[in-house]
Structures are given as structure tokens and as C-alpha cells.
Design a protein around this ligand. Structure first.
Ligand code: TXE
Length: 481
């Protein structure tokens, strides 16, 4: 698969060009370990140019474009994404190792974000405020200006859709720094946005290393909003950089999300969600349901059923479209292997064997269920970001809540139970930005506000909430006597 654009270039001011250093970085196919392309090693000079191009767009056509017209561009972009679905899905599958079907789902989600935010662009309104006699007071929702977007490698298209879609709908001009492991679909998206009629400079894409292009973007004084999805450690750096320039920041930093399974749960319905919540995208999902908390009386039954389901999972290179592909990089594989090494043999409740014939250089990890560990064990506390789940028993509601809320994270959670009262009671008490009752993930729902508490971050993306995050509110008070 050869991209229809030159991936060694960066996209600034509506045009392709080499990065200032002229250097490139390798793109490795995670399924095989073989180099498949090269991308630009953008740096501080390129970020300066990208920010200048974004400022020029705001001072030009983009800055005065009506909300309705911005929406139409996003709707055209949505169609273009769908028209290129097969190419985008294959590009992503080869680039990050996700099974082709999952990559296709990501394309559909990207198109849906463009559709949702395209439709919403001209629906965001201010309000009039009753005030003293002789005054008329109203509010205006205005774009921040230049926005910086730092994107990870696990769901590049979905995260670009939710972040760039909302920022463009509200009239910001964006500088996007994709993850060094996953730049191809970001560049493709910029090209499609250009084809859709997005004015030059409204979206600029600078691939490069986090410590170089990423750090330069977060430190740039003309960037007026930062959105970041990634690790807690880098998120902390991004927030510090934002503090230096006094700009708002949205952080989505992953989690260790619990799924609470009570003895009265419909296990037939729950089982696919319990397993898939942990292994989807080889577990490299911020909202992975990686902690299964189960009421003690059904612990052994659930352990046996999960072991059976995990044992039947198919693992293969991304383009073979099995249940699980490789992890994104040898580095990520190393992180997960180090976690797995902390489990003793009697703590491995289930592990799907890796099939014969997998390419030698691929980053494959067998899906694994771990048990017989205390809730404060590192395997039950830390984000592993691989196809590894832990199973922990609880006694009753109090115990379940104590364990569920007992990590530094709080992104999502689910409750599996037939008792409606219990669902309502516990949904209020869970530390999480989203709670699912007898389901997991709500099929991704682009309409649903998403974000965390605690070390999972702050601010909300997706849905209408994101439009508020990408605007600043101005109050106008007119005294007319
Ligand atoms: O993340 P980083 P990494 C978690 C997951 C994973 C761990 C490490 O647990 O094992 O993070 O992954 C850019 N200034 N998540 O190292 O470093 C970088 O180029 C500005 C959870 O890949 O956070 C990339 O674009 N930017 C997560 C992005 O930050 C910098 C998704 C993410 O990289 C930078 C990914 C810097 N100094 C990993 N350093 C989720 N929430 O879904 C790096 N970057």
C-alpha cells in the first residue's frame, strides 16, 4: 500500500513541503518489524511555521467564514473520508498493527465525527442575560485562536476526529502533532481536508518526535489551547507548558477502568464485553475495561468462562484481520512484557497461545487473564496498555466501590447487574467520567461527552461539550438607557 501523498513531507499553509532539518524517521510495520515508509522529523522551526500559517488563516478567509460554511466543509470532509475508507483502513492497519476491521471502524468514526461537528457548527449559540434596566447583555462563543493537538498512536483517526473536528467547527486554526508511531492517516486527513475546501492554514500537520515537535508546540506562546491524549507523564509536561503560557488544556490520560460484575448479572450478555473491553486494539485503549471486579460467589464461574473465551481468540498480522494484532511498537511490547513478568505462574488464569508462523519481528503478546492478586498490586493499579486483564473478587457493593475507586485513575466504569436500584446507586459513587450500565463503551458514541477524573485527566471531549471546550465565552453588556 503506497499512500497517495508523500509521507516524508509536512503539511503547512495548505501545501506540502520538507521539514526544516530535511531529516526523516522510519515507519515500522508492527506486524513484521520491517520498515515500510519514512516520515518527516519535524521540529521547532516547522512548528513556528505551522503556527504562523494558522495565524494567517485566522486573519484571512478562515477567520471570517460563517459557521454554516465551516460546517459544510466538515460534511464534505466526512464524505471524502468515507470515499477513501479502504485506503485509510489499510494505511492504519499496516501503520499501527490494528486488525483491518478495527481500522475500518476507526474510519467510520472519523467520518462520523466530521458529520457530527459539521452539523453542530452553526448550532452553538450564546445567550441573553436578564440584567439591570437600561442594559442588554448577551454572550458570544468565540474560538480560542490557534489550537495545538497532540495525538497518540492507539486510535489516531478517532482522536483526530474528536479533537480537530470540534476545533474546526468552532473556528479555531489547528496545528496537529501526530504520534511518531502513527502519522500516515493524520497526513491523509490533512490532504482530504484540503480537498474538502478547508482554507490554507486552518489545519497544519507536523510529524516528529514528542520531545522535539511536541514540546515546541506545547511551549509556543501563540498557541491558545492545547489538547493532549497520551500518558500521565507526558500529560503532566503538557500541563506545565500550558501553565507557562496561561492557556487552557484538555488532558485525556488513559485509565485502569473497572467492570463490576454482580452475581445477578446476565453473564451471557456480559461476557463478550468483558473480554473485548480488555483485548480490543490489543488492549491499547485508554478506556480498556482492564479490571474485572467480580462478586465472589461467581468468581470461579466467570474465570472459567473468560478463560475459554480468551483461549479461543485469534492472533495474527493486522491485514489477516484476526481478533488481535501486534502491539504498536517493540517499545510498547517491552512495557507489557515487563508487567507480565510480575505475575507468578499460578496468577495466570488464562493465556491464549501465540500461533505458529507469526512473523519473527512482529510485536505479538498473548492475551492474558491474571488473578489471585490483591487490589493494590501493580498489575491491578497501573495502566498496562496491552491485552492483559486482571480478575479481582469482591464481597458486596461497599467492597466493590472501594476497590473500583481504589486507583489514581477514573476514566470509565461499567456495572453488570439486574438490579436497577444498585445500578443507580453505584453509578453515582464511581469515580469515572463515563459509567456504562449493562454495556461497555456504548459503541464509541461520538455524541457522548468523554474524559476523566484524577490521573485520567480533565476536560471533556466528544459530543457538544467539546464545542464549549474549544470556545471562550465573551459577555457583552450594552448600556442604552
Ligand atoms: O505516550 P506519550 P507513549 C499510555 C500507555 C502507554 C504509555 C506510553 O500507558 O504505555 O502511555 O506511551 C507526544 N511534549 N498511553 O510513550 O509519550 C508523543 O509524540 C509534547 C495512553 O507513546 O504520552 C505522542 O504524540 N508531546 C494513551 C503523544 O505525546 C510529547 C495513548 C503521546 O505520547 C512529548 C498513548 C513532550 N515532551 C499512550 N513527549 C491514551 N490516553 O489513550 C511525547 N509527546
Amino acid at each position: 500500500m503506497t499512500p497517495w501523498f508523500d509521507p516524508t513531507l509536512i503539511f503547512i499553509g495548505g501545501a506540502w513541503r520538507p521539514c526544516a532539518s530535511g531529516e526523516t524517521l522510519p515507519v515500522t510495520d508492527p506486524s513484521t518489524g520491517v520498515e515500510m515508509a519514512r516520515i518527516a522529523r519535524g521540529g521547532a522551526l516547522d512548528i513556528d511555521d505551522a503556527v504562523a500559517a494558522a495565524e494567517a488563516a485566522l486573519a484571512g478567509d478562515w477567520g471570517v467564514m460563517s459557521a454554516a460554511e465551516r460546517g459544510r466543509i466538515l460534511l464534505r470532509l466526512s464524505h471524502l473520508v468515507l470515499n477513501h475508507a479502504d485506503q485509510l483502513a489499510e494505511m492504519e492497519a499496516r501503520d499501527v498493527g490494528k486488525p483491518l476491521k478495527q481500522a475500518h471502524n476507526d474510519v467510520i468514526a472519523l467520518a462520523r465525527y466530521c458529520e457530527f461537528y459539521g452539523g453542530a457548527a452553526d448550532k452553538l449559540t450564546g445567550e441573553t442575560i436578564p440584567f439591570n434596566a437600561g442594559f442588554t447583555v448577551y454572550t458570544l462563543r468565540e474560538p480560542h485562536g490557534v489550537t495545538g493537538h497532540i495525538i497518540p498512536w492507539n486510535y489516531p483517526m478517532q482522536i483526530i476526529g474528536r479533537s480537530i473536528g470540534a476545533a474546526l467547527a468552532t473556528g479555531n486554526a489547528c496545528v496537529l502533532k501526530p504520534a511518531e508511531e502513527a502519522c500516515l492517516t493524520a497526513l491523509a486527513f490533512a490532504d482530504l481536508a484540503h480537498q474538502a475546501g478547508l482554507p490554507a492554514g486552518a489545519l497544519n500537520v507536523v510529524p516528529g518526535l514528542g520531545a522535539e515537535a511536541g514540546a515546541a508546540l506545547t511551549a509556543h506562546p501563540a498557541v491558545r489551547h492545547l489538547s493532549f491524549t497520551g500518558s500521565v507523564a507526558t500529560g503532566r509536561r503538557v500541563q506545565i507548558a500550558a501553565a507557562e503560557n496561561i492557556v487552557p488544556v484538555t488532558l485525556e490520560l488513559g485509565g485502569k477502568s473497572p467492570q463490576l460484575v454482580f452475581a445477578d448479572a446476565d453473564l451471557d450478555k456480559a461476557l463478550p464485553f468483558l473480554v473485548n473491553g480488555g483485548i480490543q486494539n490489543a488492549g491499547q485503549t485508554c478506556s480498556a475495561g482492564s479490571r474485572i471486579l467480580v462478586q465472589r460467589e461467581i468468581h470461579d464461574t466467570l474465570a472459567a468462562r473468560m478463560a475459554e473465551a480468551i483461549g479461543a481468540l485469534r492472533i495474527a498480522p493486522a491485514m489477516d484481520d484476526a481478533d488481535i494484532g501486534p502491539l504498536v511498537s517493540a517499545r510498547q511490547k517491552g512495557i507489557v512484557e515487563r508487567f507480565l513478568a510480575q505475575a507468578s505462574p499460578d496468577q495466570i488464569l488464562a493465556q491464549a497461545p501465540l500461533p505458529d508462523g507469526l512473523p519473527e519481528g512482529g510485536n505479538y503478546i498473548p492475551p492474558t487473564l491474571i488473578g489471585h492478586i490483591p487490589p493494590d498490586h501493580a498489575l491491578a493499579q497501573d495502566e498496562i496498555f496491552g491485552p492483559v486483564q486482571v480478575l479481582i473478587p469482591f464481597e458486596d457493593e461497599e467492597d466493590a466501590i472501594r476497590i473500583a475507586n481504589g486507583t489514581k485513575y477514573g476514566l470509565v466504569a461499567s456495572i453488570w447487574s439486574a438490579d436497577g436500584g444498585r445500578q443507580m446507586r453505584l453509578a453515582k459513587r464511581l469515580h469515572a467520567g463515563q459509567v456504562f450500565l449493562n454495556n461497555y463503551g456504548a459503541a464509541g458514541g461520538v455524541e457522548l461527552p468523554f474524559g476523566g477524573v484524577g490521573h485520567s485527566g480533565h476536560g471533556r471531549e466528544k459530543g457538544f461539550e467539546a464545542l464549549y471546550a474549544f470556545t471562550t465565552l465573551k459577555t457583552v453588556a450594552a448600556h442604552h438607557g
